[in-house]
Ligand binder design. Structure first.
Ligand code: IMP
Ligand code: MG
Length: 200
């Protein structure tokens, strides 16, 4: 099996450099799943992925989930084809699952301004679940404009535009197996990623 993992990539005219390797991602995804397995034992949670960005992270995470659970999807759009959030959320696909009385785990690729996740949490809470928690592979804490509690974070990153592992630039680049950062914003060197959501 060969994954698509170049060192640099040009996507829609912009240059991106490797930022988080497949090895780092795999290790962290497994750690997140282990924690969720412990926290949700006997709770039969419903994992709800937010499409499109979450599809690869969700698939990898689910392969390490060993407790009984269900999986569903919700589709939102907030970026359009730009590198900054449009500032409003559009619903493109509703849930199929009945979430009332159930433990819900929302899955995101990246929480940036917090707009999409805050919207999703209130949308799900209105359906009267037993609980709602949030897992995201990446979090840009300095970009927060809409506060939302994030329970499980893969890596905290600075406010930089990233690509790959499900995340796109104008719909391209989702198929990259690793995570890349846009080159024109990193002249002073790329700040380090912070695993576990902990500050250095
Ligand atoms: P938020 O609503 O501003 O938190 O943005 C959340 C959504 O925007 C994420 O689910 C991603 O789909 C997209 N997004 C945010 N930052 C990036 C990025 O750096 N690269 C690609 N997509 C991003
Ligand atoms: Mg997304």
């Amino acid at each position: 099996m060969t994954f698509y993992e170049p060192e640099t990539v040009v996507c829609n005219g912009s240059l991106f450099r490797l930022y988080i390797t497949k090895e780092q991602i795999d290790k962290r995804v497994e750690e997140l799943a282990d924690k969720i397995n412990r926290d949700y034992e006997d709770k039969k949670p419903i994992f709800i992925g937010i499409l499109n960005g979450a599809f690869i992270f969700q698939a990898d995470l689910m392969r390490h989930v060993t407790i009984p659970c269900e999986v569903d999807f919700f589709k939102l759009s907030s970026y359009g084809d730009e590198k900054v959030s449009s500032g409003h959320v559009t619903e493109l696909k509703e849930l199929d699952a009945d979430v009332e009385g159930r433990h819900i785990i929302l899955i995101e690729d990246i929480v940036d301004t917090g707009l999409s996740m805050r919207y999703m949490v209130s949308r799900i809470k209105a359906k009267k679940p037993a609980s709602v928690s949030v897992v995201t592979l990446l979090h840009k804490p300095d970009a927060t404009k809409h506060y939302v509690n994030v329970d499980y974070v893969g890596f905290q990153i600075p406010t930089l535009f990233v690509l790959g592992y499900g995340m796109d630039y104008a719909q391209e680049g989702r198929n990259l197996a690793q995570i890349y950062v846009i080159d024109d914003e990193t002249e002073e060197g790329i700040p380090p990623i912070v695993p576990n959501g902990e500050k250095k």
